[in-house]
Write a protein that binds this ligand. Sequence first.
Ligand SMILES: NC(=O)c1ccc[n+]([C@@H]2O[C@H](COP(=O)([O-])OP(=O)(O)OC[C@H]3O[C@@H](n4cnc5c(N)ncnc54)[C@H](O)[C@@H]3O)[C@@H](O)[C@H]2O)c1
Length: 383
Amino acid sequence: MTRRTVRIAMNGVTGRMGYRQHLVRSVLALREQGGLDLGDGTTLWPEPVLVGRRGLALEEIAAQHGLDHWTTDLDAVLADPAVEIYFDAQVTSARVAAVERAIAAGKHVYCEKPTAPGVADAVRLARLAQQAGVRNGVVQDKLFLPGLRKLKRLVDGGFFGRVLSVRGEFGYWVFEGDWQQAQRPSWNYRAEDGGGITLDMLPHWEYVLHELFGPVTSVQALATTHIPRRWDEAGKPYPATADDAVYGIFELAGGIVAQINSSWAVRVHRDELVEFQVDGTHGSAVAGLRSCRFQHRAATPRPVWNPDQPATERFRDHWQDVPDNGVWDNGFKAQWELFLRHVTLGDPWPWDLLAGARGVHLAALALESSTQARRLPVPELPR
Ligand SMILES: NC(=O)c1ccc[n+]([C@@H]2O[C@H](COP(=O)([O-])OP(=O)(O)OC[C@H]3O[C@@H](n4cnc5c(N)ncnc54)[C@H](O)[C@@H]3O)[C@@H](O)[C@H]2O)c1
């Protein structure tokens, strides 16, 4: 077995996503398993170079994980020919400039979603990467969740017959920050800093709907700010200028109707933080992060509307679990493995920056639909 090192500049590793999911659970987890077996007698050994603004924080993370390389000088790391990949999990507002520089330096790029705060920049990054001939990708982790993989298994197996509708419920209560600390960074609640639940979550729903059921052809959304005042990390009050809930209806190619509520101002009365119910002519399913339950048409009860009587059925009892039938690795790591194979072996990879731009496009159209109070078509982004 020969070992090939791939050096990855990782920007934003002091953040929630950059540290936990991408550094620890993906790149370091790959090292813990001895590297990535490419299947051709080569093991790929990812060597992260931690990049960020705060040297002390980077030094601490590097020391904690026995890593040799960190820097606050992005230009220097991009000028280093030994660095092959640039990864970005910075705040959304900082992404475009850094990714653009990485593309110009000839690096392959992989980044968190949304790829940009606006669609023009998102499309521009995709084009720049294409013109530069660098391999590029965007994180689309929800596709790798066990619950959604099981749901996809049902779709691919023809379980639903004709899919009629999808209804998604995402969200949880994010504390305002006064009497209990907020569990999400405050920039998410300031539009001027790239925050807002529409820009955060609609890119996810775009690829989930697209990959499982078909491309979105129209959107009608209502985005709002339910909690107008929050308290930041320092305990200081600030006006929440970004939307914290968005209620959307989407038409998909083929006539499927999807309705997805996303909110940081909802208390959870569900089994999981996100759930999608899919109804089809032959059966239905409800998928969450990990589980997926289904009901075949033959097991469908016959409810009769009668408010004078207590419910006669225990409706949840008529559903069955989709079995795991396998071991599901962390979704972020699973996608990293595919990206590394794409970069080194040229394996197929559908989740490029243009796919990322589609998500930003849908978010932008949803916000526009909300402002204009009307349903808008979602034109395809040209390749
Ligand atoms: N894939 C997912 O499920 C998912 C989930 C949450 C967030 N995200 C995305 O990941 C990115 C990071 O989100 P997060 O929740 O980790 O944020 P975070 O606030 O925890 O981390 C942000 C990172 O960006 C750095 N940064 C660079 N410039 C900055 C600036 N001007 N102000 C503040 N921080 C700056 C910070 O140092 C930190 O390392 C965002 O683009 C977000 O949309 C993705």
